[in-house]
Design a protein around this ligand. Structure first.
Ligand code: NAP
Length: 233
């Protein structure tokens, strides 16, 4: 929390109207970090966040919409997710191409840090979840692009790979983290995924990390920065 005071940038949240994205916005606001929301449905974003939060309407299919959204932002956090097998909300369009476009436009605009919600098992090509239009593989391709573009100093990234997502308040679970995609299933609270990506903005050890996370046990946490100390490198 001490270092947080040094974080003064504005953060663009993509997928903000989704269940995890809403938590990202909530946690950023909780820490007093300026937020801009990128949403394909402005009315929905206003319903969720009110008129006080800056909203840029646009689609992940449009480089120019994204270009406007990222302008002037210091960091981007993406909680984008697909919801249909094909078309505008498919894994191809959202998880792979949408995220890649966001990465490219962010880097072009001078964004310094990229945070991404990915998933456990993205390295496992034969995982049954890939039956949904290869969704894990599309996420893997997006991850690779994030690492390729944002790993060169002064740029940085943090990629969180949660287990099955659950609703509920943040900081209520002791977590298990791992960098090798070896976690064997488990649940993760969306709110903790959001918290991990938000504190990553000002946590040096979170920079250029890709890791899986699941709940270990119910146990109140005072913060989640400590989990970055457990990651190698
Ligand atoms: N469900 C799980 O158990 C699980 C496990 C591991 C990882 N994950 C991953 O975690 C991430 C977050 O999950 P979630 O449940 O919070 O997702 P969610 O509630 O479905 O939210 C997805 C977000 O993406 C946006 N979106 C979808 N298509 C879009 C498009 N074409 N243009 C712009 N925005 C678009 C949605 O906008 P609208 O609000 O307009 O629809 C929404 O804001 C996803 O990537 C998911 O795959 C999920």
């Amino acid at each position: 929390m001490e270092n947080k005071k040094e974080y003064i940038g504005k953060v663009l949240v993509a997928g903000a109207t989704g269940k995890t994205g809403q938590w990202v916005v909530k946690r950023l606001l909780q820490y007093g970090v300026p937020v801009r929301v990128f949403a394909r449905d402005k009315a929905k974003a206003i319903r969720l966040f009110g008129e006080g939060v800056e909203i840029v309407e646009g689609k992940v299919q449009s480089a120019s919409d994204i270009g406007l959204a990222v302008r002037g932002c210091d960091a981007v956090i993406s909680a984008l997710g697909s919801s249909s097998y094909s078309g505008e909300s498919s894994p191809d369009e959202v998880e792979r191409d949408g995220v890649k476009r966001l990465v490219d436009e962010a880097a072009k605009a001078g964004v310094k840090h990229f945070g991404l919600v990915s998933s456990l098992f993205v390295t496992q090509w034969y995982h049954p979840l890939n039956l949904f239009a290869g969704v894990l593989h599309k996420k893997w391709e997006a991850e690779e692009h994030v690492r390729a573009v944002f790993s060169q100093s002064p740029l940085s990234y943090t990629i969180v790979r949660p287990g099955g997502l659950k609703d509920g308040e943040p900081l209520k679970h002791k977590l298990q983290v791992d960098t090798g995609d070896r976690l064997w299933n488990g649940w993760t609270n969306r709110s903790d995924v959001a918290e991990l990506l938000v504190v990553a903005l000002w946590t040096e050890k979170a920079k250029n990390k890709t890791f899986g996370v699941i709940n270990e046990s119910e146990e109140e946490q005072s913060g989640l920065e400590q989990y970055y100390d457990l990651l190698p490198g």
